[in-house]
Design a protein around this ligand. Structure first.
Ligand code: ZN
Length: 232
């Protein structure tokens, strides 16, 4: 079991790109895994490859550590459906008190799939962008859920599984600041230019915080965080 390697859950968004940089600053070898779960917008999957390419090109100190990228299909989430991320539904508050963008069980499935892949790749350290500060009430973003999942996976695999969540207790403004601390202005610029956070997958409207529709909850959160970050 290599302890100098990490597997980053990487979606091509602001949070997971910051997590990728965090891992590259700490581990000798970093692999990435993404999930195709029938997202309504393919912009996210395209952003993954674009961001990885940009990291390789603009951060030579990290390029040598950045290993294989994996894309796993989790069609069952689309099959189960009922979420605004997989179905043509509006993002709003649902009857269950959670936004309709909630995909039940998503993070637990992602972590189980990543742990299984890590088992095969000899990687025990997973890195994910779960955050309970701006978590929109998603119960699977809570520290408690992540801690319990790591324990369950360690038991299930009879091998250590550690889940690192560098963004767990910080807000979006602090996430921008963390990117700056890790990779300076070039990393902040890369995240602004190349990552997609927007729930609508919009790449046509440009803002100082990057591209997106500017109106969905994900854009609002990203814009608010960036404003606070540059103002601070
Ligand atoms: Zn948006």
């Amino acid at each position: 079991m290599k302890t100098d390697a990490a597997l980053v859950l990487f979606s091509g968004g602001q949070d997971s790109t910051t997590c990728l940089a965090w891992a590259l600053a700490r581990f000798e070898r970093v692999e990435t895994v993404g999930f195709d779960y029938g997202q309504r917008h393919r912009a996210e999957l395209e952003a993954r490859l674009r961001v990885l390419g940009a990291v390789r090109q603009k951060f030579p100190q990290w390029a040598g550590k950045l290993g294989e990228d994996h894309l796993l299909s989790l069609d069952l989430l689309k099959q189960i459906g009922g979420s605004a991320l997989t179905d043509a539904a509006k993002i709003e508050m649902g009857k269950d008190g959670l936004p309709t963008s909630f995909v039940p069980g998503r993070n637990v499935l992602f972590l189980a799939a990543a742990a299984a892949l890590g088992y095969r790749r000899g990687i025990a350290d997973l890195v994910g962008g779960m955050c309970e500060t701006d978590y929109s009430g998603y119960p699977d973003c809570r520290q408690e859920t992540v801690t319990a999942t790591a324990e369950a996976l360690t038991l299930a695999l009879a091998r250590r599984v550690t889940i690192h969540t560098p963004l767990m207790h910080i807000d979006k403004a602090a996430t921008w600041k963390l990117a700056e601390d890790l990779g300076g202005q070039p990393l902040v610029d890369l995240i602004r230019e190349e990552t997609v956070t927007c729930y609508e997958g919009d790449r046509t409207h440009r803002h100082d915080w990057g591209t997106g529709c500017g109106e969905c909850p994900a854009c609002e959160l990203r814009a608010k965080g960036y404003k606070k970050y540059v103002g601070a």
